[in-house]
Design a binder for this molecule. Sequence first.
Ligand code: ADP
Ligand code: MG
Length: 543
Amino acid sequence: MCYLFRHTSKPNSKGYFHSIPASKNQFNNLTFQHHYSTNSPCSSAKIVPLRCAIVRLMETQEGSASKPVIDFHDINEELVQKMVYDALVWSSLHGLLVGDKSVERSGKVPGVGMVHAPFALVPVKFPENHFKLACEVAPIFNELIDRVSLDGKFLQESLSRTKKVDVFTSRLLDIHSKMLEMNKIEEIRLGLHRSDYMLDEQTKLLLQIELNTISSSFPGLSCLVSELHRNLLKHYGEWLGLDSKRIPSNNTVNRFAEALAKAWTEYNNPRAVVMVVVQPEEHNMYDQHWLCAALKEKHNVTAIRKTLAEIDEEGELLPDGTLLVGGQEIAVVYFRSGYAPTDYPSEAEWRARLLMEQSLAIKCPSISYHLAGTKKIQQELAKPNVLERFLEDKEDITKLLKCFAGLWSLDDTDIVKRAIERPELFVMKPQREGGGNNIYGDDVKENLLRLQREGTEEDAAYILMQRIFPTVSPTFLVLNGISHKDHAVSELGVYGAYLRNKDKVIINDQCGHLMRTKVSSSNEGGVVAGFAVLDSIYLMEQL
Ligand code: ADP
Ligand code: MG
């Protein structure tokens, strides 16, 4: 679901960071130096405002020399290094942290092997009107997912061809079928989603990349990056020509904690706990712990952490449907694992998933919510007149349609032909989450031709999507204490929470945002191992 933190050799951890590709070393001339005085940004007469930077033309992603950007060569390095120093101290003091892969016990034992989360040194400029639109549609998407989740037939039918060729999707659908057979009704439904967008430079349209309904990452750390940037701009804003007040408030961690707490209240057993389903090794654990800490401190709700294998071992379903794990009653199951095939190395993990699904515990997400967030369903919802099946309000439908990029099934022969001719304008996506699975450029053409040659049903494992080309901007990416300057593109994520008990909608809201910035030369994961960082928004006038 997020390109950002996926390790190139260990697939599908939503909490992993790319290592810096060797080819990027040419940009490493801003290596962190700690001997500068940080008393005041004015302490050196050499520091000049960045707004003096020269504007020049650079090559865009498509190779056309048309866009003015700030020239790196004019940026005062001393100022950058002071900011990096302050930002690193701030991150350490305020828990903007992730596990350090180079330390053996990191990712398993909290407090062992920690590094700052990778971040952009300054927030990315983003037009206010597009930001508002993304926030405005969040509750509509929440409602849409809820309605789609209730239409078992739609989910099964839309995914029926995919089921034949994709074992993972097939296993999820099997659990879903079992629930339909049992006539299992989820009366209390909790969704903690994140809808991701890129702003297409040419059309100036904010287009949805995907909607994450399982394990939406960074509700904890995203708020901290906004705070970090606000703090940096308070000190250095004058020299950068940036005003800290233009960073919008961001409170996902508390909003998500509130949603989990309210779901727990609806379950209505003060002795029950929230269970976070985690991967056995989780380098993004501090993001999760932030949420659990807010849950405990603000709502006095206890959260426990269990892997799917542990749930299989310790889990028990009482005749009335109560889920016990290690003897504790579970009110809410919050998944931060279970979205990728690698999360299910044996039958034990699938047994655990089924056990939880059969239980009375509130699942975030339920199997229906999980399936409603798949890429195939995203593509089906973008077909003409499909939204109308789930939503009544015409204005809402128009708003959502505006955010939809071109999405196609591979049985659309005209589109496949066009994608073979112009593969650079498309992204080919399998039914996978966690980053690094998509196909770009010439590989799109090769794969489409291969599928045509083979004539199997494997084409049902993929969808085609219009490639979005966001604006490329110069940025400073800070990773492992080192600042790198590069050209980058950004992706906005808007969090949404939805809680419902039977007919009563208790929460339906947008809950904050996440900005992720990656070097523009990298697609995501895949062959060219790129890297990305957490970022925040600097609101600017409408486009
Ligand atoms: P995942 O579930 O693996 O996160 P995504 O659909 O979010 O899958 O794709 C991963 C990344 O690939 C995105 O974060 C984005 O950087 C890039 N990407 C996906 N779709 C497009 C697109 N249509 N145009 C440009 N980049 C895309
Ligand atoms: Mg994603």
